[in-house]
Each structure stands twice: as C-alpha cells, then as structure tokens.
Design a protein. Structure first.
Length: 74
C-alpha cells in the first residue's frame, strides 16, 4: 500500500488533462464535479497505486498539484 499522495487545488485546475495523460500509473482522472470556474478538475482516484513520481506536478501549467512522497524505509 502506497503512502504517496497527490493533492490537487481544484480551484486552480482548469481541467487541461496533462497530469492525467502523463501519469504512468493512471491514478488520476477528471472529477465529475465542477469548480467555481466551470471546469472539471483532475482528481486522484487511485492513491494506493501512486508511485510519487511527480510527472503530474511537472506537467501542470497551473501549478495546481503538490506531490507528497513517502520517504519512510519499509
């Protein structure tokens, strides 16, 4: 079970989908709800499979993503 987590600022996200397209584990998708600007923001639907790679963070043109990576030794 992964402890990596992607936090998406739904109000900053304009729903471009770059984070979703570049996620190697496909743990992101569009939310069904709208933000205040009328966009479907991205959301993390599968946190258990997130590897914390940061591709979503690097691809986001709106700086709406923060990646928290588990650094604990198992």
């Amino acid at each position: 079970m992964s402890k990596n987590f992607v936090k998406i600022d739904e109000e900053r996200c304009k729903g471009c989908g770059l984070c979703i397209n570049f996620c190697p584990k496909k743990v992101l998708s569009f939310s069904e709800k709208f933000n205040s600007k009328g966009y479907h923001p991205a959301r993390q639907h599968d946190p258990d499979n997130c590897i914390g790679c940061g591709f979503c963070y690097m691809m986001c043109p709106d700086t709406a993503i923060t990646v928290f990576k588990d650094t604990a030794k198992v």
